[in-house]
Each structure stands twice: as C-alpha cells, then as structure tokens.
Design a protein around this ligand. Structure first.
Ligand code: PLP
Length: 624
C-alpha cells in the first residue's frame, strides 16, 4: 500500500479510509467499528441507471456534524457552568436543496434547532418545514412588506419567526405593518461589530461591512422601539463575523464585543433572551490545522469552549442572566457531506516513451538535444533545461520559415518531450523541490480532462481560489506515475484546477495514475456541500449534476435513499429563454425542407430528428 499522498487522513475527519483493494472507503463516524463502504461500489450502482458526474451526499455525515455542533456546545455549557442552553440554527443559504433541508430538519429535531433565512424564497422554505414548537426561524436580509407581513402572520400559527432589524428604514416598515396587522413582532437587532476578521470573508466584518446597524443607529433604533412600545419585543441580538474564520482568537474577540453590545442593549431595557453569533465556524479543507484561508487553527470543541467561556465571563462581569446561545453554522454543518464524483474523459500526456532515432538528414540541433541526456546532473539541471528549450525554439523558427518539414518538426517535438521527461524524472528522484526549475517543470504537467464543470459544481474554486481536497477513488494502493492538472468540460481556459491539497502541502500538480484505454477512472472532490451546490452557473450550459443521497449501513453495505436526475438540456435551455418545443419545431421544419427537395433520405431525416429529440431530453454532461 502506498502511503497517503493525498493527505486523506489529515483532512478526512475520520470519514474516509484507504481500503486494502486501493479503493476509497466511507466510514460511518457514528459507528466507528463498522466496515467501511467502498465508494466505487456506490458509483457502480449509480452507473446502472445514471451517468457521472454525480454529487453523492452522505446523509450520515450531515447527521454527525449536526450532532457534533450541538453536543460540543452542550458539553462546554456543562463543563463551564453556563446557566442557559444552546440552539443551533441552520442558514438556508448555505445549501437550500430540498433533500438537504429535509435532512437538516430531521437530524436537528431532537435539538429543537431552527432555520435562518435571508430572502422571501428562503422564508417560504422555512415556513413549510416541520420544525418543533420551540424552533426559531430567524429572518435576516432586506425585507419588504410582503416578507414582513408573512413573518408576522406566521406567529399566529405558533411559528416563532423573528424579524432581525437590519436598518432603521426596515424598522419603520416593521412598526407600520405590525400596527396595521395588530400583531406584536418577535424582534432581533443585527449589530455591526468593529472587530475585523482575516481570511476571504473579512468584508463581512468590521465598520465597513454591509450588514447590521452601526453603534449610532443602534441607539436610534432602541429609542424608536421604546417610543412605539415595542422595546419588549426585542428578544434577540444578531451578529455575523463572516465565513470560514481561520483564527480562534478572532472568534473570542468578536464574541466578547458581541457581549458588550448585548449588555448595553439589555440594560437599556430590552428583554434580550438570545445572543446569536451567526456563522464563521470553519472547515479544515487542507487538514493543516493552521490559521490560513483553507484551514482553521481550532477544533469544534475549542470553538464551543472559547465561545461559552467568553460569554460566561462577560455576562457574569455585567451581572446579567445568561442568555440562550445561538450559532448559525452552515459551512461546517453541510460541507463534509457532499462529494463530487467525476470520470476522466481523456488525457493529454506530454510524454514520449522512447528516444527518437537520429538519421543523417536530421538537423544538428536535434543531436544536441539528445546529448543533453549525458549531462543531466544536480548542478547543471537549469543549463539542461535552457539548452533544451533553446534548440527546440530555434528549430521551430526553421519550421515556420519552411526550412524543415512537418515530419521533421514532429520528431523534434517528440525528442523535446523525451528529454524533458528525463529532466523531470531526475528532479523528482533527487527531490529538488526547492530548485526554481521544479516550478517550471510543473507548468509542463500532463492534463487530465474531467467530466465536470468548474463553474457549475465548484464555483468557489474558480471565483475565489477555494481549495477542496481532490483524490482518486481507486488505485490508492498504487504509486501514481503522472503529475497532472485538471481541465473541466467547458470550453474555457478558466475551467482548470492547478492547486491541490496533498499530504506534503499545497502543490501545483496532482499525482494521478496512468489510465488505460477504456478504463474508467474517477476522482472525488470533497467537502463541497456548503455554497457550491447552488452558487454555480450555467457556463456552456452545463447544468446541475445527478445527485444521490446515500445512507451507510453495516457490513460494508449502503442504501441509496434518494436520487435526483440532473438538469436535462431542455431545462438549461429554458433558463436562457429558449423553448425546447420551439427549437425542435424550427429544426424539424429545416430538416423537412431538405427532405422535400430530395437532399436527404427519409431515414436520414428520421435519424436527425431522433437524435435532436434525444439530446433535448439528455444530460448536459458527457454520456457514455
Ligand atoms: C447571517 C449569516 N448567518 C450564517 C451564515 C453562515 O456562515 P458559515 O457558513 O460560515 O457558517 C452566513 C453566511 O454568510 C450569514 O450571512
């Protein structure tokens, strides 16, 4: 068995295991002793009916994460002697897909957890869930009359919908509508904390963040509430410091600042009952356990302890009763449970197995290129690389000027690749990673073409250089012989992945195995459950992938509990305002015109129309 070059042990949270047969196994974190489930078997089963790419959602991982967050907070509360409880709230925006929400609600029922919404559409999703009586629906975001009315009216049917005041203008609207409906609202106030966090989402924090009320507006809001006899409705204080907070110290500082506001607002006379600290709990995508964009320097346990300890200290200092603690962890809850699986469609290998044989007519530079093989050594490695490129480039000029033929330049290019790969092998063998040549050679990596769209399935990888671990799901017991970058199926040079999480750090190439003709080779992209499933776009009209939810069972077995067919071509056409019946009609008319003029046969006409119709109903990705 090769060692874990992909760092699966490091970032895998104990969810994955390399099996004896080299396939990737899924472990049930709630049944540590049970036999791992071979991920390739799940893919094989899905292949009987569908085509890759797939998103595989492992329901057990979602259940585990919900339990982890709640139990760790409950444990910290008990250990620290905090005199109130914890409530988890799931922010719908992080993954709104109905099967995900259904499972979030199911697994969090025993914790009386609620939902956070940021729009009217999300409010409708939340209101239609079977939440427990004590669960809260927390309404953030900009709210219009319709949003406010619906939230207020929902209180009449025993749903605890809290309107979080985002601005003074919004407060005026809430006052107006609650007077009109004669319903006293359940209110929250969103405060803008001054502490700035690091990482990619730092704009969500500090004075210049887009959300919440700054200090001067908070006092204005409090007086307005008092004047309108609504101060007694203000039961929640909300703040959110941004997503994927890398450093635990920032969480502590921010919690402390939130407490200060809470104490002041409480002392002003608002009967605050809940302190909502928003999201921010990060995911260690690289497994480095460091304060970096793709990593975090704390565990879930430390996160909970740091928050609860800070709250207790601050509220005891201010001599006020401990409020109910709320966090809105989205990323940490759902990221681990979704895996994108795609197959490799083709490879571009910049490799030549044997050295072309010289003949008398060959240009002298070709023999110089081959002679480089004689002086490859540690102190002349850069010189070898420079010489090789010089001779090749000079010969290319000759080709452009018509002085050498296509077959000659083809031999030259093959020789170039042969010598280059010898240089690469030497650099790898001698582990010359710190030599500047190493980077240059990595840029000459092979390309594996994957059946996926970066823009649709991994939008944060494209837009903000988010890293997700990627690993093959088979052959993990064999040494990979290729170093590759990945290209997706779109016709866009941006559809490329060239940063990878490996056991020995973040690298520009991914070690993968050579793929034989007709061999199926699958890669998994991990921790994609948060934000990725709905942020994606339709670049080149690649739509949602097929999705399957699996439950891990005992004895290495699994159950597919839900399957969702990905977008058909007719669906993606409709997103860009085409009617597929109209498109078909136009194409049929054109085909018929050709048929009537005897330019195509009846059978050709039928074949054309049959293929067109099949494509309209087909998957947007490459199908076998
Ligand atoms: C108000 C609010 N709560 C919670 C979250 C979720 O944050 P995270 O995914 O970091 O847990 C967000 C995300 O941006 C948010 O805006």
């Amino acid at each position: 068995m090769t060692n874990d070059i992909y760092g699966i042990e490091k970032w895998g949270k104990g969810f994955f295991k390399i099996l004896e047969n080299g396939n990737l196994g899924l472990l049930n974190p709630q049944k540590k002793q049970s036999k791992p489930i071979d991920l390739t078997k799940i893919v094989k089963k899905l292949n009987q009916k569908l085509s890759p790419p797939y998103i595989i959602r492992v329901a057990d991982y979602l259940e585990f994460m919900i339990k982890e967050i709640n139990e760790n907070f409950n444990k910290s509360i008990k250990a620290i002697g905090y005199k109130n409880k914890f409530k988890s709230i799931y922010p719908i925006k992080v993954n709104q897909q109905s099967q995900v929400i259904k499972n979030v609600v199911k697994y969090s029922k025993k914790f009386n957890s609620g939902l956070e919404v940021g729009s009217k559409a999300e409010l409708l999703i939340a209101l239609s869930q079977n939440l427990t009586k004590n669960a809260l629906i927390i309404c953030n975001g900009t709210k219009d009359e319709e949003f406010i009315k619906l939230s207020l009216l929902s209180n009449k049917i025993d749903i605890k919908t809290i309107l979080v005041i985002e601005s003074l203008k919004e407060l005026d609207l809430i006052i107006k509508i609650s007077n009109l409906l004669k319903i006293k609202p359940l209110l929250g106030i969103r405060i803008k904390l001054t502490n700035l966090i690091s990482g990619k989402w730092s704009q969500s924090s500090g004075d210049r963040s887009a959300f919440g009320l700054p200090v001067d507006k908070i006092t204005e809001a409090l007086y307005k509430l008092k004047k309108n006899q609504l101060l007694d409705c203000l039961i929640l204080q909300h703040s959110h410091l941004g997503s994927q907070v890398p450093d635990i110290i920032e969480i502590r500082k921010y919690t402390q600042e939130a407490c200060r506001f809470f104490v002041e607002i409480y002392n002003f006379g608002a009967p605050l009952k809940y302190i909502d600290l928003g999201g921010g709990l990060g995911v260690d995508y690289t497994g480095e356990n460091k304060s970096k964009f793709h990593s975090i320097n704390y565990s879930m346990e430390e996160y909970c302890i740091n928050i609860v300890e800070t709250l207790k200290l601050e509220f005891d200092k201010a001599k006020i009763n401990h409020p109910i603690v709320i966090t809105e962890s989205g990323r940490a809850t759902v990221a681990p449970s979704s895996i994108l699986i795609f197959n490799i469609l083709d490879t571009t290998i910049f490799d030549v197995k044997s050295c072309p044989i010289l003949n008398k007519k060959d240009h002298i530079y070709l023999s110089y290129m081959i002679q480089i093989l004689n002086y490859i050594s540690e102190n002349r490695i850069q010189e070898c690389f420079n010489d090789l490129n010089y001779y090749r480039d000079e010969l290319r000029v000759l080709f452009r000027n018509g002085q050498i033929s296509l077959s000659e330049i083809s031999k030259i290019e093959k020789t170039y690749l042969f010598v280059l790969n010898r240089i690469k092998a030497f650099v790898e063998e001698k582990k010359l990673n710190s030599n500047p040549i190493s980077n240059k050679l990595n840029n000459l990596a092979d390309i594996y073409h994957g059946n996926f769209s970066l823009f649709q399935s991994l939008p944060d990888m494209w837009a903000i250089d988010q890293l997700h671990p990627i690993a093959p799901i088979q052959k993990l017991n064999r040494k990979p012989s290729k170093r590759v970058i990945l290209n997706d199926i779109t016709c866009d040079s941006d559809g490329m992945i060239a940063k990878f999480v490996l056991n020995d750090g973040i690298k520009d190439t991914l070690p993968l195995h050579e793929i034989k003709k007709n061999e199926e080779y699958y890669l998994g992209v991990f921790f994609i459950g948060a934000y990725q499933e709905t942020l994606g776009d339709l670049h080149n009209l690649f739509g949602d992938t097929n999705i399957s939810t699996v439950k891990l069972e005992d004895n290495g077995k699994f159950k597919i509990v839900h399957e969702q067919i990905g977008d058909k071509i007719s669906q993606v056409l409709s997103y860009v305002e085409y009617s597929s019946s109209e498109v078909l009609k136009i194409f049929s008319e054109k085909t018929n015109r050709f048929y009537k003029k005897n330019l195509i046969s009846n059978s050709e006409k039928n074949q054309l129309l049959k293929n067109f119709k099949a494509s309209i109903d087909g998957y947007t990705y490459f199908e076998n």
